[in-house]
Design a protein around this ligand. Structure first.
Ligand code: DGJ
Length: 764
């Protein structure tokens, strides 16, 4: 078929759809419909049409493809999900076999399943029209693929109800090299009166295969990211959150799905996904009658009916996913490459090492004590001091977590000379200064609560229920947004050299009720969604004014780690649990989804395990300390000073290198992972004993490295040794990359050498 003919057919397909739509709506064409028609007629060349009325739309990255196709009725389905074909014209030959031709089976493969008409399965979208009718049908109108740059493309597909003026655009942003897709939808009310949306998913995927294994995570405070793998059987398995804020406390939206068999690090087909949303989410995994997997991901419809006024549109958060045919390692590297380049704030930059006072002092400090700690930070060689909770509140001093939250004025007893003095003293000590805030929250014992009860999320006529003695402010209210923005803005205005913010969020939303929504004539069911929108508005505003200052995303540990928030933050706090053995497991699981540069790992006294072990574990991400430096023994101090210097020498590998997991602690008494640079000339390997039961002898076998160049030669040198100890490894031996990746090297991990760090350097 010539290009000219194809263009002609595409144009006619659009016209057919549009004219059908026209008659069904009694020719009440809206101006936006006309605009879309013209738009698609002009851009028709960018979609591919392979047969009359049938439109095939491949969503491709370097390695993968998802192929969408209309059926004879103009309904859009997914006909393929997997490796990309060499010749993209062949996608049209894939049979649309899951689009049921009989009445016996539903059409499972819809690209965005509407509720209330021909399909009686779990919907992606459910709407009540202005006239109260609850049915929705969606037909293809047109599509367009725009190249944003050489690597990023955006495909938009417009769907319309033939009877009602509802428009839904499906959007697919592809990152070609990284093999990552961001998918979302825009729902537009073109009716004359408000419509109500009961469900409005971001994505509705259809994955072909026979057996699917879902890895999802449960957790609680101090116990984040506990993986569980389920073999999915017929029916629906959901992961969700209804916590409002701190939404990932019990379960994050990040998950993995293995196809056929459980994928390993380097083998098997696996999809890694998550919803980029810092609020309630729901992801449904439904094995259907063809044994394929329907996946519907979006904002949790629970108590979240959303009203759209005439002409208003709703943009759902992005569902982010990557697919790998070579196991979880590749899939996670895809996400790391994408996140550092496109999502995480300053993902390709550097980070500040720091000393935090939380575990060193808790609430018990004053300015003299803090200034003393600055000296310790300098002695250690870190870049910054981070002042944690407890610095504010006067009528109700923040001396415990029971009072003062919301009153963001320096406590005059603890800090008689204010934050400005501390910043000055830190600068004089030769370090930067950062500060903790928890701006979304309030203690009932606070002046803020006394003055602005109407700013607090609480049921007016029910007893209050607290989480960590506090309540959540109503970020739906623009006055509250201004207040929250103002806390940070004032800190920066008064202290222009403030170098870092730790943004905490310690409570979930109980008794969800906004005093502001009824004032605006809006239903309470918008609270959960509008809260997150309000939060993002504040963060947008902050980033517009302070685009580069590093910020840590913290939520009583890892209660809020997601790519919705991380576009505003440089790092996250994985867990308050800083026991190094626990942290190996927690950091290991986060590492599938987030790059190491974003993982704040602090050395604390939570555990009595040796300082070297604690330090080595913290070094596999962004290094920090939560200790009193003056309490370190001479040898521990000497070790720590060397460790900070060593970290600065390897941080480029940890922050920007490729992560390869070598030995999985979930299956072995050992964890081993490495970061190699893109040139394959340098790497650092972290090895940890995770089982303190007696092991006869050292690591029984060599560990095969990955990510090196088989033809290059390397030396392997143990680094970060504790003063007075010697390495059992020969640092002058030259190995080929081939040797290190085939035979491997034994780091000699045992009870005496519970953690071993190796630096691999090319020999030219
Ligand atoms: C919870 C955080 O996870 C901790 O690191 C610390 O900042 C406390 N909040 C302070 O209240």
């Amino acid at each position: 078929m010539t290009n000219k003919k194809r263009v002609h057919q595409q144009v006619s397909a659009c016209s057919v759809n549009l004219s059908r739509y026209k008659s069904a709506t009694q020719r009440k064409l809206t101006s936006s419909t006309i605009a879309w028609s013209i738009f698609f007629l002009l851009l028709a060349t960018t979609s591919r049409l392979f047969a009359q009325n049938i439109v095939t739309i491949p969503i491709e990255t370097a390695k993968n493809a998802m192929v969408l196709q209309t059926d004879k009725d103009g309904r859009l389905g997914i006909i393929y999900f997997g490796s990309r074909l060499a010749n993209n014209k062949e996608y049209a030959a894939i049979p649309n076999q899951y689009n049921s031709k009989s009445d016996n089976l539903p059409t499972y493969n819809s690209a965005y399943t509407p509720a209330g008409t021909w399909n009686v399965i779990e919907p992606a979208v459910q709407i009540t029209h202005a006239d109260g009718n609850m049915s929705l049908d969606l037909k293809y109108v047109g599509s367009d693929t725009k190249k944003i740059d050489a690597n990023v493309s955006l495909t938009s597909i417009l769907l319309k109800d033939p009877l009602y003026a509802t428009e839904i655009t499906l959007l697919y942003k592809t990152y070609f090299k990284e093999n990552v897709v961001e998918q979302w939808s825009v729902i537009k009310n073109v009716e004359k009166k408000p419509i109500r949306m009961q469900k409005y998913a971001s994505a509705n995927l259809y994955l072909m295969g026979n057996d699917f294994y879902l890895t999802h995570y449960n957790g609680t405070w101090g116990n984040e990211m506990k993986p569980e793998e389920d073999h999915l059987s017929h029916g629906i398995k959901s992961i969700d959150s209804k916590l409002g804020t701190r939404a990932n406390l019990l379960e994050p939206s990040a998950f993995m799905v293995s196809f056929g068999k459980s994928a390993t690090e380097d083998e098997g087909k696996v999809l890694l996904g998550q919803l980029a949303w810092s609020g309630n989410f729901k992801i449904d995994f439904e094995v259907d009658n063809y044994n394929n997997l329907r996946l519907i991901a979006g904002i949790n419809p629970y108590a979240s009916e959303y009203q759209l006024a005439a002409a208003q549109e709703f943009t759902t958060p992005a569902f982010i996913y990557t697919f790998s045919s070579n196991g979880k390692g590749q899939a996670s590297r895809n996400l790391h490459h994408w996140a550092t380049k496109y999502r995480l704030l300053d993902g390709e930059g550097s980070r500040l090492t720091l000393l935090n006072n939380w575990e060193a002092t808790y609430f018990d400090f004053d300015e003299n004590k803090l200034v003393g700690l600055f000296k310790g930070a300098k002695k250690l060689g870190v870049d910054m001091f981070l002042l944690d909770d407890g610095w504010f509140g006067n009528k109700y001093p923040r001396d415990a977590d029971t009072a003062g939250l919301g009153d963001w004025q320096e406590n005059v007893k603890k800090l008689p000379h204010g934050i400005g003095y501390l910043v000055k003293e830190a600068t004089a000590a030769g370090i930067k200064f950062g500060i903790w805030v928890e701006p979304e929250m309030v203690n009932p014992k606070s002046e803020l609560y006394e003055k602005h009860k109407d700013w607090v999320i609480r049921q007016p006529n029910r007893p209050e229920k607290y989480y960590r003695n506090q309540l959540v402010l109503d970020l739906v209210n623009p006055a509250v947004q201004n207040f929250v923005f103002g806390i940070l803005d004032t800190l920066f205005t008064k202290n222009p050299t403030l170098a870092f913010i730790k943004w905490d969020c310690n409570a979930v939303i109980y008794n969800a009720y906004s005093a502001y929504l009824p004032k605006m004539g809006l239903p309470q069911s918008q609270l959960y969604v509008d809260y997150v929108k309000g939060l993002y508005k504040v963060l947008e505003r902050l980033r517009a004014k302070y685009p580069t200052v590093p910020m840590m995303l913290c939520s009583g540990g890892g209660g809020r780690v997601d790519y919705g928030a991380l576009q505003y933050f440089t790092e996250y706090w994985p867990s308050d649990n800083t026991d190094p053995v626990e942290r190996i497991f927690i950091q290991w699981e986060y590492s599938y989804f987030y790059p190491a540069i974003a993982s704040s790992n602090h050395i604390t006294n939570w555990s009595k395990l040796p300082l070297k072990f604690r330090t080595d574990v913290a070094m596999m991400g962004k290094l920090g300390y939560d200790i009193v430096v003056d309490k370190l023994s001479e040898k521990d101090l000497q070790f720590s000073q060397q460790a900070v210097a060593t970290y600065h020498s390897i941080s480029d590998l940890v922050w920007h290198g490729d992560l390869y997991r070598l030995v999985n602690p979930n299956q072995n008494p050992l964890a081993s992972l490495m970061f190699a640079n893109a040139e394959k000339s340098r790497a650092v390997v972290f090895n940890y004993l995770t089982n303190t039961r007696f092991m006869p002898g050292a690591t029984p076998q060599p560990i095969q490295l990955k990510g090196l160049d088989a033809t290059k030669n390397y030396t392997v040198k143990e680094i970060n040794l504790y003063p007075g100890t010697e390495s059992s490894l020969q640092s002058t031996t030259v190995y080929s990359g081939n040797f290190l990746m085939t035979v491997g090297i034994n780091p000699d991990v045992d009870l005496e050498r519970a953690s071993v760090l190796l630096e691999v350097n090319e020999v030219k």
